[in-house]
Design a protein around this ligand. Structure first.
Ligand code: F6P
Length: 318
């Protein structure tokens, strides 16, 4: 048997750990593995190489993806998907493991409709895949954001300022939400919660009147740019307001223990699903356990906002 593996969309810490888990589990079970470079773009360009046990040595702790990644516009077309399926057939690749986010899974579903056997593994820092409690890379990104919050808090405190910290996540506020809770942010601006800037500023001023010397506002990128919020907040509070966009540091770095474990379980289970002929699914962590969910169903499961976490954060940061 021969399987292919690719990473697609934004890279995420732990993708390498997942690649390693898939390759090693496959080889252990005498299955050949081909690595497809640069996601679907590399598939279309036949940038495909055989992988062995040594190809994935010493990558468990590395951020990024050794297979590299891309976002292919041509693959999103019918002609692109058809060509992708033809390339896989020409290489004798019977099953394809796709590590990525929702866009990557839509591509996988399109391939499945062309008759390709696919398995998805959720890998994105955004944690915006509704079918999985967590995605590979999210915990590391939150840990990176948390480290930045602590550092920014030092200087914000010293100058009696407000600091708006912008984090990634597309339309999902989870990086801001989770790092905001653990970093003690005084306010959270998230796409899932209607922004009441007057209310937020009022809250910051109440804290100031009670003796708070500084405040941190976590801003999810889906709500706009930190520069605009700095102007608005400073105008309303009359407190000097600075801002920081954490940017791509959130996507890099050595994966955390949680992300490595997720990657090991999901990668191992992906190959087990192939062996058991249970493909056409996404490997997820759901309600604390691991399971496969049919791809078509998985991509329809809406992401549920953790209102409980938001409420706790609002209580703890008064
Ligand atoms: O999906 C991961 C992510 O980092 C998002 O949080 C962000 O909006 C986007 O990718 C940035 O993409 P790019 O690498 O194309 O700038």
């Amino acid at each position: 048997m021969r399987i292919g593996i690719l990473t697609s969309g934004g890279d995420a810490p732990g993708m390498n750990a997942a690649i390693r888990a898939v390759v090693r589990t496959a080889i252990f079970n005498k299955i050949e593995v081909y690595g497809i470079h640069r996601g679907y773009a590399g598939l279309l360009e036949e940038d495909i190489v055989p992988l062995n046990v040594y190809s994935v040595a010493d990558i468990l702790q590395r951020g990024g993806t050794i297979l590299r990644t891309s976002r292919s516009e041509f693959f999103a077309t019918d002609a692109g998907v058809k060509k992708g399926a033809e390339v896989l057939e020409a290489y004798g690749i019977e099953h394809l493991v796709v590590i990525g986010g929702d866009g990557s899974f839509k591509g996988a579903l399109a391939l499945q409709k062309e008759g390709v056997s696919v398995i998805g593994i959720p890998g994105t820092i955004d944690n915006d895949i509704g079918c999985s409690d967590y995605t590979i890379g999210f915990d590391t990104a939150v840990t990176t954001a948390l480290d930045a919050i602590s550092k920014i808090r030092d200087t914000t405190y010293s100058h009696n300022r407000i600091n708006v910290i912008q984090v990634m996540g597309r339309k999902c506020g989870d990086i801001a939400l989770y790092s905001g809770l653990s970093g003690g942010a005084e306010a959270l601006i998230l796409p899932e919660v209607k922004t009441d800037l007057d209310g937020i500023c009022q809250r910051l001023l109440v804290g100031k009147d009670r003796g708070k010397l500084h405040s941190i506002v976590m801003l999810a990128e889906g709500c706009g740019n930190y520069r605009d919020y700095c102007v608005e907040i400073e105008e309303r509070t009359q407190v000097t307001t600075k801002g920081t966009n954490l940017g791509y540091i959130q996507r890099g770095g050595s994966p955390s223990n949680i992300d490595r474990n997720l990657a090991c379980f999901m990668g191992y289970n992906a190959v087990q699903a192939i062996i058991k002929k249970e493909t056409g699914s996404v490997m997820v962590q759901r309600f604390g356990g691991y399971q496969g969910i049919p791809l078509e169903e998985a991509i329809q499961i809406p992401k549920v906002f953790r209102q409980d976490i938001y409420d706790i954060a609002m209580v703890l940061s008064i």
